[in-house]
Ligand binder design. Structure first.
Ligand code: SAH
Ligand code: TRP
Length: 325
């Protein structure tokens, strides 16, 4: 069935994505310690694995954030007063429906603009929302939120949602830049809704990133399959062990792939041989955890005034902020 109220804008083509992957792999695989950037988790299979992660008993984040949205979306929608919902790293747009419902109820919502690097997942999610919300114009954008914040879809009053603790996957430096760039991209009437995970018992954190069924391990190893497919590499995911550790100094989860034997991996597209020592780590992700004070401070540093927070006493927190004007 054709969907009328749907457009898809592509700011990041598959060729751009491959260019980024080439540059990132060249840098990360020749660095010490070796690293890879987290964007490569989210091909179609990776997005499906992430969706499975969100339903794991150990992965409390999605349930906690959904609970906060169920309880407070009406209040958030009223405070934001927005006619446009922009969502960064929207994935399947699953929890977003709670915001869409609350914003529809205010009578103001016109437009939903999900933005993601993962084109297939984005197209499917945008089409589903367009079908379910015929009164809402859906304008999906295939883009990288590190590069394309200056090209966000407009609106008279926008609410920009960045959920799922995805901000925690940015390094402190990327995070600072991201928040500054976003602050510059917003007008005085726009609002930011940020979902962040909070510091808690390390045992629960480790379990959330190393679940009993091994779904997170498969998600982590899938990054290697993406390299194999896109860069003609010869990684054997079975030769790497999934490692998730709480880094107390930096207050983040360190997620890595550890080589179980010494071996050499060929990366055809880079004409590169990469030697792994036994026990050597390939760093794939951080997931930073915050205190309510710290995230409010970081937002202030980037030029945002926090107007409200929800869940600050529990596992996860939502912050509604506006640019200082
Ligand atoms: N917001 C959803 C999905 C979180 S998973 C939720 O809360 O459950 C993170 C999402 O961000 C994925 O869909 C991934 O493709 C996307 N993403 C990761 N890095 C990105 C980048 N640099 N630019 C745009 N999207 C990105
Ligand atoms: N934003 C999610 C988080 O930090 C992404 C995520 C969940 C993730 N599980 C992961 C990233 C495992 C890498 C490895 O919770």
């Amino acid at each position: 069935m054709p969907t009328t109220g749907l457009t898809v804008e592509v700011l990041l083509t598959p060729e751009d994505l491959r260019e980024s992957l080439l540059a990132d792999a060249r840098r990360g695989l020749t660095a010490r310690p070796k690293s890879l950037s987290p964007v490569w988790f989210y091909d179609e299979h990776g997005s499906a694995l992430f969706d499975e992660i969100t339903r794991l008993p150990e992965y409390y984040l999605t349930r906690a954030e959904r609970g906060l949205l169920e309880a407070h979306a009406a209040e958030i929608a009223a405070a934001a007063g927005a006619d446009t919902l922009v969502e960064l790293g929207s994935g399947t747009s699953d929890k977003t429906r709670l915001l869409l419902d609350a914003m529809t109820a205010t009578g103001r919502l016109h437009r939903y603009a999900p933005l993601d690097v993962s084109e297939d997942t984005l197209r499917a999610a945008a089409a589903a929302v367009a079908r379910e919300y015929p009164a809402v114009e859906v304008h999906a954008v295939v883009a990288d939120f590190h590069r394309h914040l200056d090209a966000l879809p407009g609106g008279r009053r926008r609410l920009v949602a960045f959920l799922g603790s995805t901000i925690g996957n940015l390094t402190p430096e990327q995070r600072r830049r991201f928040l500054f760039d976003l602050d510059c991209a917003l007008t005085c009437d726009d609002r930011l809704l940020l979902g962040v995970d909070l510091v808690k018992d390390p045992g629960r954190l480790v379990a959330a990133y190393d679940d009993a069924r091994g779904v997170t391990a498969a998600f982590n190893r899938n990054a290697l399959s993406v390299l194999n497919r896109m860069l003609d590499a010869s990684f054997d995911p079975g030769m790497f062990e999934h490692v998730a550790e709480w880094n107390a100094d930096d207050q983040w989860m360190d997620i890595r792939l550890r080589a179980t034997t010494e071996h050499v991996v060929k990366v055809g597209a880079l004409d590169l041989d990469v030697r792994f020592q036994r026990g050597e780590d390939l760093h794939t992700e951080i997931s930073a955890k915050f205190t309510p004070e710290r995230i409010v401070d970081e937002l202030a540093y980037a030029g945002f005034v926090s107007e409200g927070t929800w869940g600050g006493g529990g596992d996860f927190m939502l912050v509604l902020a506006r640019p200082y004007c």
